[in-house]
Design a binder for this molecule. Sequence first.
Ligand code: DX5
Ligand code: ZN
Length: 207
Amino acid sequence: MKIATSILSIQENIEECILKIGKGSTDFIHLDVMDGIFVPNKKDYQFVKDTLLQTKKPLDIHLMVHDIEHYVDLYKSFHPIYMTFHLEATEEVLSCIDKIKAYSKVGISIKPNTNVAEIFPYLDQIDLVLLMSVEPGFGGQTFIDIKEKIEILKKYRQEKNLSFIIEIDGGINSDTIKKVEDADMVVVGSYITNSMDYEAQIRNLIN
Ligand code: DX5
Ligand code: ZN
């Protein structure tokens, strides 16, 4: 199980915290980019771009935005491994996939109430599915069980011999991670960054 640490909940000394995460064992740093339109919150990480790149940690960018192609242009210079957009944010899914593919691997995210079958048409063209286990927009929310979606996706992936990875995002801690053990990666924000010892929290998650 890979860990992507979200820095959304960091309130102060963000550069120092990013460098600490960069020295640690997390597999990815997860950036939650929000435009205040698709979700009722705004978040941008241009101001810490140099610090993020200095860590050399792979970046996993989660675009919770309406104008997807605009934000791909804003974040392509972060050289992320993944850029993920929301299915609910666009009618132009295929052009968003193509736009992102020019710069990184591509992911599609769906909210807790979106039917997982809605992404079936795209699964042979993407590298990652980000299943939200909270309503997008804020850190520190309570986990919503989406176990059934994980099982449906795993079965579909096996039947169609596809290779997208399944990532879960929101409300993950040492208890709820047990409910998503069939996923490939989890995003963890406040459980790690609200603590004094990031590495101890990561050990609690994976042991
Ligand atoms: C919520 C974000 C999540 C969030 C996870 O909109 O997409 O990545 O930061 O934070 P926790 O782990 O605190 O739920
Ligand atoms: Zn996220």
